[in-house]
Write a protein that binds this ligand. Structure first.
Ligand code: FES
Length: 64
């Protein structure tokens, strides 16, 4: 079974508690989900209005 989830964020959400700061993944590319592992850097050169599919081999741009 597979599931496609659309994510548009390119940076994590910074969550500050009284004793610690967490970076929560919003891009969907983290291998340490729900925490950011820097995987969002793979999405930095995405172009607005285009759709990409990522897997363990890289990414593919889908014509829309
Ligand atoms: S926001 Fe997803 S890996 Fe950083």
């Amino acid at each position: 079974m597979a599931r496609l989830v659309k994510c548009t964020a390119k940076e994590p959400y910074k969550l500050e508690t009284s004793d610690k700061t967490y970076y929560i993944c919003q891009c969907g590319l983290s291998k340490d989900f729900p925490f950011c592992d820097g995987g969002h850097k793979r999405a930095r050169d995405e172009e607005d209005g285009k759709l990409y599919i990522y897997d363990e081999n890289g990414r593919v741009e889908i014509s829309t």
